[in-house]
Design a protein around this ligand. Structure first.
Ligand SMILES: C[S@@+](CC[C@H](N)C(=O)[O-])C[C@H]1O[C@@H](n2cnc3c(N)ncnc32)[C@H](O)[C@@H]1O
Length: 220
């Protein structure tokens, strides 16, 4: 990487996602029969079955886009629960904010590498359909680990296997280099960030890596 590549990579991605923000949910998530964004309802129910959210907890949705996960997260949170929606593409956040007016949500336009979030404040951080786009993956995991509370969890999830996803990205010029790392690299990133792997699924139509931050108060 030369000194100029980071801003270029970042700008190109931001533009790519900004340009698609208004259509994003229609493009990917609309059920053609109902017109609702429920096309992958069964998969999201499975995801949140595997990644339980503490009702009064703080959830971070990184690379949130226009907020496909918002209803699934909010329905699992109490009035005391909090959700932070973070994306580096400001148009994604603008659409997300317009669609989801709820006092439990804070919206943040930020790169995963520069989130203004208090350390050790988050119970569950979710990277849904965004991890391959992070330019500095090992460092991104470190940043995410830092904002997790002891006992907090990090989930990296996709509705494709890693092979399907990488194949999908290869077909699109703007994201053709955005690959989901292999299992060994992901384990290395987690370990370096002090996270313990709890669950790893990589199967057609579903990918989930779930890791947790050790809690010294946990007697196990
Ligand atoms: C494929 S979209 C997925 C959006 C949303 N999670 C969904 O599934 O509909 C990837 C999102 O990640 C965001 N993103 C990419 N790189 C990012 C970064 N370094 N920091 C924060 N957000 C990022 C993009 O702006 C985009 O909205």
């Amino acid at each position: 990487m030369n000194a100029d590549s980071a801003p270029n990579h970042h700008q190109a991605h931001r533009q790519f996602f900004n340009e698609r923000a208004e259509q994003w949910l229609d493009m990917w998530y609309k059920d053609p029969e109902s017109g609702q964004y429920t096309r992958f309802d069964a998969e999201f129910q499975r995801l949140f079955g595997l990644v339980p959210l503490p009702p009064d907890g703080s959830v971070l949705d990184v690379g949130c886009g226009s907020g496909i996960l918002v209803p699934y997260i909010l329905e699992r949170l109490s009035d005391r629960g909090r959700l932070t929606e973070v994306d580096c593409a400001e148009q994604m956040i603008a659409v997300n904010r317009r669609l989801h007016a709820d006092p439990r949500i804070a919206f943040l336009v930020a790169d995963v590498m520069a989130m203004d979030i208090q350390p050790a404040s988050i119970d569950v951080a979710i990277c849904f359909a965004c991890f391959p786009h992070f330019e500095h993956k090992a460092e991104a995991v470190q940043r995410l680990s830092r904002v997790l509370r002891p006992g907090g969890k990090l989930a990296v999830a996709h509705l494709m296997s890693s092979a399907e996803l990488n194949q999908h990205h290869r077909k699109h010029e703007a994201v053709m280099h955005d690959m989901l790392p292999g299992a060994a690299d992901m384990r290395r990133y987690l370990a370096a960030a002090g996270l313990s792997l709890e669950l790893s699924l990589d199967e057609p139509g579903f990918y989930l890596l779930l890791a947790s931050k050790p809690d010294d108060r946990d007697p196990r």
